[in-house]
Design a protein around this ligand. Structure first.
Ligand SMILES: Cc1cc2nc3c(=O)[nH]c(=O)nc-3n(C[C@H](O)[C@H](O)[C@H](O)COP(=O)(O)O)c2cc1C
Length: 395
């Protein structure tokens, strides 16, 4: 082990021991089949990242229900069980924890061009608006644009989402995964219920701070009751939405502390929403660390994950100084899945660095599967035998 000893110290998440402090952050790749199936390409893409040494692999934004959105990986049906099972086993074969990021949908931020036969729905009929000067590199075309007004979900429809989430969670558990990250970040459907900017409901799911948390808390409590204490349940949230009227870091610290008392196993910070893409996909290094640090101070014990740290030295420093417990890498592991192994083996200079050009996002948001400007293997892992999953039963 080289100079990055802290990054390679094991950490306990709930009942699970994870081999190091490096996670593959949830990263939508656009490779699911038509009904949300995990394809050979999805499988080999995750094998590459698990093989590269990250202790924790988060499977991208996946859906608990296909009622209001279609396209991403789906845990809404038993028909996808074989792919789920193969994926959890492939990740475990490399001694990595296998966590699924589970979502109830994209809400008002579901683009028209990606929508097929489903209606745009949200807590309230408020479209997203991308203000000038808030884009990340590569998505400037979105600036000064506005989405369509979504339909407000009925109270009954929201209640159904809670049960859909529990059913999907049970499938994920049965398929052999270690846990779930509840996706409440980025202004997507669950995040929109939490944010005062997008939730102006007058039923039990809106209005006060407490009411805006009801959907999240019901999802958490019902899922915990169904999956039991040993299964990991974490939560991802945008620490600050960086838009007037949106969620602030003070709100997020309060939410994190409430969730910790409820028994959540980890908090994964992100930042921003479509109105603040420069925080969601930052152009600069370490932008989200201050938000992670604030949440770390608000919770007693549970681990806090933070993305957007691409350099091993800042990653080591952030964990050593208690700004975060785990560094989650998205673009860093797209550019080079071997980042963890190379860092651990003192081969840091061999890392293919992400140049934050966001070609990954440009391809994804254009409806293609992700491609990377510095890693030509991305999107083609299924043709490269080193990324084939080990034979089932290997471990
Ligand atoms: C191509 C791409 C897809 C992403 N998909 C997701 C996703 O499915 N769920 C999520 O919570 N965040 C997603 N993100 C955000 C990342 O998890 C991460 O927070 C962000 O990119 C900043 O970290 P980084 O600098 O390590 O990329 C995505 C990012 C990229 C670049």
């Amino acid at each position: 082990m080289g100079e990055y000893n802290k990054l390679f110290e094991p950490i306990r998440i709930g009942k699970l021991k994870v081999k190091n402090r490096l996670a593959f952050a949830p990263t939508g790749m656009g490779t699911a089949g038509p009904d949300g199936e995990i394809t050979d390409q999805s499988l080999c893409h995750y094998v590459a990242r698990a093989r590269g040494g990250a202790g924790w692999i988060t499977v991208e934004h996946s859906l608990a229900t296909y009622k209001h959105i279609k396209g991403p990986i789906g845990f809404h049906t038993n028909l996808n069980f074989r792919g789920m099972w193969e994926l959890s086993h492939a990740i475990h074969a490399f001694d990595a924890a296998a966590i699924v990021q589970l979502s109830i949908g994209l809400g008002a931020q579901y683009f028209k061009g990606r929508r097929t036969d489903v209606e745009l729905v949200a807590p309230s009929p408020i479209p997203y608006r991308v203000p000038k000067g808030t884009s990340c590199r590569g998505l400037e075309l979105w600036e000064d644009t506005e989405g369509e007004a979504p339909r407000e979900l009925t109270t009954r429809e929201v209640e159904e989402l809670e049960d859909d989430f529990v059913q999907a969670a049970l499938r994920i558990e049965r398929a052999g995964f270690d846990g779930i990250e509840i996706h409440g970040a980025h202004g997507y459907l669950l995040g929109a219920f939490i944010s005062p900017l997008s939730n102006q409901r007058s039923d039990k799911y809106g209005g006060s701070f407490e009411n805006r948390l009801n959907l999240l808390l019901n999802i958490y409590r019902k899922t915990r009751a169904a999956v039991g204490e040993d299964f990991i349940l974490g939560f991802r949230i945008s620490g600050d939405e960086h838009i007037e009227g949106g969620l602030t870091i003070e709100d997020t610290c309060r939410i994190a502390s409430i969730l910790e008392k409820e028994g959540i196993d980890f908090i994964h910070l992100s930042s921003g929403r479509y109105e603040a893409l420069n925080y969601l996909f930052p152009n600069d290094e370490g932008v989200i660390l201050p938000e992670a640090q604030a949440v770390k101070q608000a919770v007693e014990e549970i681990p806090v994950l933070c993305p957007n740290v691409h350099s091993p030295s800042l990653a080591e420093h952030a964990v050593l100084e208690g700004m975060a417990d785990v560094i989650s890498l998205s673009r860093g592991l797209i550019a080079d899945p071997e980042w963890p192994n190379k860092t651990r083996e003192g081969r840091e200079e061999e890392i293919t660095k992400c140049i934050r050009c966001n070609n990954c996002l440009k391809t994804l948001f254009s409806g293609f599967s992700v491609r990377c400007a510095v890693n030509p293997e991305v999107g083609r892992e299924r043709f490269l035998p080193q990324y084939y999953p080990p034979p089932l039963g290997f471990k």
